[in-house]
Design a protein around this ligand. Structure first.
Ligand SMILES: Nc1ncnc2c1ncn2[C@@H]1O[C@H](COP(=O)(O)OP(=O)(O)OP(=O)(O)O)[C@@H](O)[C@H]1O
Ligand SMILES: O=P(O)(O)OC[C@H]1O[C@H](OP(=O)(O)OP(=O)(O)O)[C@H](O)[C@@H]1O
Length: 212
């Protein structure tokens, strides 16, 4: 174990640029991760940056292959690992919502539903949510283009991320319920917090100053 270096799991995709910008404000230069290469590991001073799928950030941090990571609250909730989550980084704001076709025969009414068939990338959050409302969910797991499901008859409804609402609108869907509001968070491996306390503490403190 290298107690002097910090491994950071960064999400590929839409959160990466803002994550790198945030690190930059904290005096940490992760800009090389934005270069258009196929490289997945980058080094700057005693920091190692690994580029992973957004949904995998909590996994790398939980298993200690990364000490810290940046991930959406949606993903953190879905994976459900026990991670230390000290900071809301405020960017990447979106919500996880239930949506349905604008012309559906029986509009969503959470008080009356006893069964729902939904397509989603978030099966655990979806299952927990509907069960907590006394509704039996049948969940069809998809990995993208979830808005397509009701249009082709795969499911009546979907649970997916909404930011501007453009994707829903352009596909004739409407948002009918919000399950979770999400922003990017800093997550930390609980063991690293102890074993690397001396080098992690100043980094976390600096991050807190930048956010406040
Ligand atoms: N439309 C959006 N607006 C704002 N934030 C979003 C939006 N969509 C997703 N996010 C946030 O960004 C995170 C990563 O989203 P992104 O689209 O890059 O990942 P993904 O779709 O899971 O990745 P991939 O396309 O590689 O499967 C999400 O977990 C969420 O927190
Ligand atoms: O409300 P909007 O601003 O339109 O954003 C919402 C869309 O953004 C995300 O999709 P993404 O671009 O990640 O593609 P995906 O379908 O592959 O998940 C999300 O899954 C929605 O489809």
């Amino acid at each position: 174990m290298d107690y002097k270096s910090i491994t950071v799991a960064l999400p590929k995709g839409r959160l990466l640029k803002e994550a790198v910008g945030f690190l930059e404000s904290c005096g940490i230069d992760a800009s090389e991760t934005l270069t258009k290469t196929r490289k997945l590991i980058f080094q700057w001073k005693n920091f190692k940056f690994i580029l992973v799928k957004p949904m995998d950030v909590p996994t790398y941090v939980y298993y200690g292959t990364a000490d810290i990571g940046i991930a959406g609250k949606d993903v953190i909730e879905e994976k459900g690992f026990d991670l230390y989550e000290p900071l809301d980084l405020k960017f990447g704001a979106c919500r996880l919502s239930v949506a349905e076709p604008q012309d559906i025969d029986e509009p969503y009414d959470i008080e009356k539903l006893s069964y729902i068939r939904v397509a989603t990338k978030y099966p655990k959050i979806t299952d927990r949510y509907f069960r907590s409302k006394g509704i039996h969910p049948e969940i069809i797991v998809l990995y993208g283009s979830v808005e397509l499901a009701p249009l082709v008859g795969l499911s009546d409804r979907i649970v997916d991320l909404v930011q501007t609402g453009t994707t829903l609108k352009e596909n004739g869907l409407r948002e009918v319920d919000v399950i979770l509001h999400s922003t990017a968070r800093l997550v930390i491996n609980r063991a690293s917090l102890k074993t690397k306390y001396l080098i992690l503490k100043p980094v976390i403190d600096r991050m807190k100053e930048v956010i406040l």
